[in-house]
Design a protein around this ligand. Sequence first.
Ligand code: PLP
Length: 378
Amino acid sequence: MTTHPPIHLDHAATSWPKAPGVVDAMARWYDELGVSADRGDSEASRSVADAVDAVRSKLARRLGMSPARCAFTSGATESINLFLRGFLRPGDRVVTTAIEHSALARPLVALCSEAGIGTVTVECDGAGAVDAQHVVEASRSTRPRLIALSHASNVTGAIVDVAPIVAAARELEARVLLDASQTVGAIDVDLGADAIAGSAHKSLLGPPGLGFLAVRDGLEITPHKLGGTGSARPSDAQPPHWPAAFEAGTPNTPAILGLGAALDWLAAHDAAAARRRALEAIDELRAALRRRPGVRCLGPEHGDLRLPILSFTADDLDPAEIGALCDLAGLRVRSGFHCAPWIHRALGTEAMGTVRVSPGPFVTADEVLRVASVLVRA
Ligand SMILES: Cc1ncc(COP(=O)(O)O)c(C=O)c1O
């Protein structure tokens, strides 16, 4: 086992290290504040409430949404569940895609049997790329009430060109739910979707256990997680107003403050340059991996519609074996299906999944390339 610190190449699962300032902001809550917003009479509680609102505003600005309609959740999974269950009605039709994460696929499939929701799933190509035009065509023929899709594949990094889908949805009077878990913090997600769900702990470089759901003014959804919101009046009914209606239970205040620090750091740094550097590293890795016989690299190779995520397989080694070899070499990659149940049909990786390499902004190209040397030695 190596004694060097691990090189984290699993940014698509969760980013590490976090943005500078995140740990200090969280520690400050544990060391000095210790209270929740709107729960308590102390000066600290009031100042935490102000700090949480400030983070909400910064986040909403990045999403192009109103802060008043941006709720903090435990993660994108909760956000997507809240939206699907709060928006869909029995018999509704939904257009979705084959790249979806289980966070969207599972609640949608459950709603199909529970509420007779009908879904049309738009296939992706062998690189995991979804053609926006195919989503538009499926929507024109299906006339769905909702188009629910991921902004990018967490398996191959292929980004979906959302603008034409949003334009078609407007014309068809359908709503768009965008799962921006992989993209928020890395690229612009302010693309006119009606609802955006995402995580704090991936490209936003914030803590785990925190996400958000932002919904456009005028689009009403029913709260499905009911409970305490710290509201002033005694009532056994969920308050109807945003964001309280969707924030039942004690919030993850230290994580929200940590996200605030991450948003500040991101605002002061060039995410586009970081993505370009990481994509160059991925391209070098792809070229190096291809020199080894039997390696198959998956995902888009050119163009701007891609995140720095590379999935690959090898003829003579299981993804899990490669993952274990990387671990021995101090490299954290991820093997398997990456919680994306449908995409592996198109990739031809249904049997064992892939090895996924996803560098964040704090690793160098040389560190990413070490994955190839592990395979050369194997
Ligand atoms: C595309 C996508 N959607 C949703 C999720 C779930 O996010 P969270 O862990 O915040 O619930 C992930 C996490 O891997 C993801 O990659």
